[in-house]
Design a protein around this ligand. Structure first.
Ligand SMILES: NC(=O)c1ccc[n+]([C@@H]2O[C@H](COP(=O)([O-])OP(=O)(O)OC[C@H]3O[C@@H](n4cnc5c(N)ncnc54)[C@H](O)[C@@H]3O)[C@@H](O)[C@H]2O)c1
Length: 339
């Protein structure tokens, strides 16, 4: 198949390109290269690459593809708050426009990289897709507003699917250490201390970044009638953890590391445990390949092999927010061109 992947140079996108190429698909990647120079390992190569802002995509860019996998975004809550207008412009408005272009071009399937953060401060545990949403940030709002708008476009010839991904972690050639698991592991390796900024009690659904990429491919291949216009949580019921459980896993790998609860964010309002039964029903053959233990073992091995050190932990390279602050001008210039 011919697949158009946005954000293909990101933490999840690089796994997706590799897996798509392995499966024999033809891949067009579109990415503004916001994190150019932050690569940890060599990146997989697309058949065609557009260095382009997704806000500027045109019909001819997506024409001729069978599926759009849309991952490009300002990709977490703190980054989304840097400039909410830019966040809504990229994460919501450009995502809706891309869906319209895809439909117009006759691209049959549109897979949107959404997030479990739309549940926000969960009113109850084990949140399912039809439970009340409580998006707390521009990032979370942008994701849910996209789902709502794109759903209007669904019909027999256009199949959108909204993957509500759990919080990602694990090894990627485009490493991030600003995600809870990777952060705690990186902190322990670099400083000998596991620093937890909450009181450690909040629940988080976790999923390996490569398993998210595998889910995208499974949704591309799934029968239309099973998935069309559905929002589906991507993760596993047994992969909900309290932050302090994650710290215990780090301690298993580094028994000498000390655990510190800084409590600086108090009781983190983003507390949610998520139910993943629907994923099992719509994709009965799909299984996660990682659990937290195996994913962490792999990342730990990689970090040790790379000689991950204090300067890596304290620097900008693996922390999206720090890099983005320097590159905000680029996004602002692009926004002016678009408007
Ligand atoms: N990482 C997670 O925990 C997680 C969880 C749930 C959902 N998601 C979603 O999955 C997607 C990918 O996440 P990630 O962790 O790989 O993020 P990432 O920040 O590593 O990658 C995002 C990529 O998108 C590109 N990009 C950003 N704005 C762009 C624009 N305007 N035009 C073109 N390219 C642009 C960046 O250059 C980058 O390569 C995002 O939509 C994110 O919201 C991520």
């Amino acid at each position: 198949m011919k697949v158009f992947v946005t954000g293909h140079r990101g933490f999840i996108g690089v796994h997706l390109v590799e897996l798509l190429k392995q499966a024999g698909h033809q891949v067009t990647g579109c990415d503004l290269r916001l994190f150019e120079g932050c690569e940890w390992e060599p990146m997989p190569i697309c058949d065609r690459e557009l260095v382009k802002d997704v806000r500027e995509l045109a019909l001819e860019d997506v024409d001729g593809h069978d599926c759009v996998m849309h991952l490009a975004a300002i990709s977490n809550d703190p980054m989304g708050d840097l400039d909410p207008d830019i966040t809504f412009g990229i994460n919501r408005d450009a995502s809706i426009k891309l869906a319209q272009l895809a439909k117009q071009a006759g691209v049959g399937r549109y897979l949107f990289s959404g997030s479990c953060s739309v549940y926000g401060a969960g009113e109850k545990l084990d949140l399912a897709e039809d439970d009340t949403l409580n998006p707390l940030t521009a990032y979370a709002k942008s994701k849910i507003e996209t789902e709502t708008a794109v759903s209007e476009l669904a019909d027999a010839g256009f199949t959108p699917v909204y993957l509500r991904n759990a919080t990602a972690y694990g090894h990627s050639p485009m490493l991030r250490i600003d995600l809870v698991v990777n952060n705690l592991l990186a902190c322990a390796l670099a400083t000998g201390e596991i620093r937890i900024m909450s009181d450690g009690t909040p629940w988080r659904p976790l999923v390996h970044c490569r398993d998210i990429a595998r889910a995208f491919i499974a949704f591309m291949n799934a029968p239309r009638e099973k998935v069309s216009n559905m929002a589906i949580n991507v993760g596993g019921n047994s992969e909900n953890y309290r932050v302090r459980d994650v710290a215990d896993q780090v301690k298993r790998l580094m028994p000498n590391a000390s655990i510190t609860f800084t409590g600086e964010v108090g009781a983190d309002p983003r507390n949610y445990r998520v139910n993943f039964d629907l994923l099992g029903r719509v994709l009965p053959d799909f299984r996660l390949q990682y659990n937290l233990e195996s994913g962490m073992d792999e990342l730990h091995r990689k970090m040790v092999d790379h000689g991950f050190k204090l300067a890596d932990f304290q620097g900008d390279r693996y922390v999206r927010l720090r890099t983005l602050r320097h590159r905000m001008n680029l996004l602002n210039q692009q926004a002016e061109q678009v408007s």
